[in-house]
Design a protein. Structure first.
Length: 410
């Protein structure tokens, strides 16, 4: 697991991290990073089966209920923007602990929300708290590795973490059917508490000599430097648009499957959960491509008919089987894109790993926050189809752009 350094890079001078010399700790690190990344997925995925129930509970429309996804994503995005420079200055572990405490508190308080307005605010706080674990799952690997080693670890975490979006809707559906939507947030708080209790075993990956010495708030302009890096911005733009497709699916699926096709919350969770395994499969397949950027072309080729046929089916053909086939294909292609864009972006921005990870996370949540309420406007089948088509066009543009860039990962 030695880091294959490139001549002249500053990382060449760094001492080896425990994950590079201790196989037992490496295995622990992988599993802990999976838990951190899973928390980000659980924040949205676990309670999506409850969206129709929450719509009835708070007496609001489907689009208003979907705003709770938007506010969670906004919190995740803003939280990552702040935690990037803060963790670059103070280290990763302290940021992780504080963010988990914030999430646990907001999740517990949210079950006492008297109205949707209060719940939306608490969803924002939940997102900000969950942002710590979610973005550190990408940042910590970049502290330790770069190049192909980084790509392998990111793909491994992405593949194993495919179980998170697979299991969370199933678990959320079962919990909601037996305990209501409030029980889901109690379980989320308990999961975060477990992650917090294990945190002391995590070793700091950003050593003091590698941290920024200026106050964290003065490092925020470092984002501007990254935003002038064209390859980096292309990679995160592609990731953001692909995630937009995933978030559109997550937002629309509860209403399509539960109301339009008549499935229970539990069955919704099982269907979406099994579909999400396609993300893990796509992530693992991406490692077979050399150079790594070549993954985007077959991914886009798979995505194109999935979206075109799926959109047409949503508009004209009310077939659950066809909806399923198109959804699985879309998620599989998405897994390929998520893996390659995570690795390419973090490799490109590894000298500012905290800020790079934050921007990478924000890209997806900015798009997700925008599209989530749009899929619920009017006829949800038609609005979802239109959102899918718009995002497909953007994915094609940034995929071609990525393919034309000089390869930086073999």
């Amino acid at each position: 697991m030695n880091d294959q350094q490139t001549e002249g890079q500053p990382q060449q001078e760094r001492p080896l991290r425990p994950a590079q010399t201790d196989k037992k700790y490496y295995r622990f690190l992988v599993m802990y990073l999976v838990l951190l990344s899973a928390l980000g997925s659980f924040v949205n995925d676990m309670y999506t089966p409850s969206l129709p129930e929450m719509s009835r509970y708070f007496g609001c429309t489907a689009s208003q209920a979907q705003l709770s996804l938007t506010f969670g994503m906004i919190g995740l995005g803003i939280g990552q923007l702040l935690m990037g420079p803060i963790s670059d200055h103070y280290g990763r572990k302290i940021v992780l602990s504080v963010s988990l405490i914030v999430f646990i508190t907001a999740a517990v308080v949210s079950v006492f929300s008297p109205n949707m307005t209060t719940f939306l605010f608490l969803r924002f706080v939940q997102g900000a708290g969950a942002a710590g674990g979610y973005f550190l799952a990408r940042t910590i690997p970049a502290d330790i590795y770069h190049g192909r080693d980084l790509a392998k670890l990111m793909a491994l975490i992405g593949a194993v973490n495919g179980l998170a979006p697979a299991s969370s809707p199933m678990l959320g559906g079962i919990i909601a059917d037996h305990g209501g939507w409030k029980a889901v947030f109690i379980v989320l708080a308990a999961f975060a508490l477990l992650v917090l209790c294990i945190a002391p075993k995590l070793k700091e990956s950003l050593y003091k000599q590698d941290r920024t010495t200026v106050p964290w708030y003065k490092t925020i302009p470092g984002y501007l430097k990254l935003m002038k890096n064209t390859p980096f911005m292309v990679h995160i733009s592609l990731k953001g648009c692909a995630l937009g497709l995933l978030f559109s699916y997550i937002s629309a699926a509860p209403f399509i499957l539960e109301i339009h096709y008549g499935f229970s919350q539990t069955m919704y969770g099982i269907i979406v959960g099994l579909n999400s395994l396609a993300i893990a499969a796509g992530s693992m397949l991406s490692l077979r491509f050399h150079p790594f950027k070549n993954t985007v072309i077959p991914a886009t080729i798979i995505l194109f008919p999935s979206i075109i046929i799926g959109a047409y089916a949503l508009w004209h053909i009310h077939s659950f089987l066809l909806f399923e086939i198109c959804s699985i294909s879309m998620l599989f292609a998405g897994g390929m894109i998520f893996s390659v864009t995570n690795s390419l972006a973090m490799n490109e921005g590894r000298m500012q790993a905290g800020e790079a990870s934050a921007l990478l996370g924000v890209a997806g949540y900015v798009v997700g926050a925008i599209v989530a309420p749009f899929v619920g406007i009017g006829n949800i089948l038609h609005s979802t189809a239109l959102v899918f088509l718009g995002l497909l066009l953007l994915v094609i543009i940034f995929s071609i752009w990525t393919y034309r860039l000089k390869a930086d990962l073999s």
